[in-house]
Design a protein around this ligand. Structure first.
Ligand code: CA
Length: 228
């Protein structure tokens, strides 16, 4: 599947120019000028890279970048900030909220595409995947559908994130604290016990029809997905 790029930019001429050039490079390109829509679009389209303008009418690029980095699902998507400003202080600010790279307008297309390629190489394989499979459990990361064998499995968004995290590294036992950080995010106060509640719900959803339970509880350590 082609890598996709979301352009968040309010200057139509730049959007047209970027879309034309990036499509020519083989990328699937989406764009929006609405800062308030970015999280929804990212959730729906799961872009490989985001090009984020600094100055937008509804929310600044810095705010959007910070919001993306606080969402466990979106944290690994590379972000390149695009800006008309060139001050060193802005660059530091952009990078400090989690942008991966920074380009000052006007920028050259060959340089931008080189940086996009460099970022795509850095993304872990698991974050690039559109589907995760463990035994008969399948997660479609784009449509957010989970199936087990031929059956559709229904679960809440927290259980989905939890299952995704476990399925990205099968066999690895994660302590509750690590699951909290990965699934709920940093700076959010949730008790470690909450993890147990959601693991219970996840098990119930996955094993309803009497299928084998692949969620392994490791006493005093944590959880993994594994064949027992
Ligand atoms: Ca702008």
């Amino acid at each position: 599947m082609a890598n996709s790029i979301l352009i968040v930019e309010d200057e139509p001429a730049i959007v047209t120019m970027l879309t034309y050039n990036l499509e020519k490079e083989g990328y699937e390109v989406f764009s929006t000028d609405r800062g308030s829509k970015v999280l929804d679009i990212v959730a729906e389209k799961n872009p490989s890279v985001i090009l984020l303008d600094w100055m937008l009418p509804e929310a600044s690029g810095v705010e959007i970048c910070r919001m993306l980095r606080n969402k466990p699902d979106f944290r690994n998507i590379p972000v390149i900030m695009l800006t008309a400003r060139g001050e060193e202080e802005d660059k530091v600010k952009g990078l400090s909220v989690g942008a991966d790279d920074y380009m000052t307008k006007p920028f050259s297309i060959p340089e931008l595409t080189a940086r996009i390629k460099a970022l795509l190489r850095r993304v872990p394989e698991s974050a690039k995947k559109k589907e995760l499979v463990f035994e008969d459990i399948k997660m479609d990361l784009v449509s957010k559908k989970v199936t087990r064998g031929d059956e559709a499995i229904h679960m809440g968004p927290t259980e989905f994130r939890l299952l995704r995290f476990l399925m990205e590294q099968p066999g690895v036992v994660f302590p509750r604290e690590e699951l909290l950080k990965a699934v709920w995010g940093e700076n959010i106060y949730v008790e470690a016990r909450t993890v147990d509640v959601h693991v219970r719900r996840l098990r119930k959803a996955l094993n309803e029809s009497g299928k084998p339970d692949y969620i392994r509880t490791v006493r005093a350590s944590g959880y993994s997905i594994d064949k027992k």
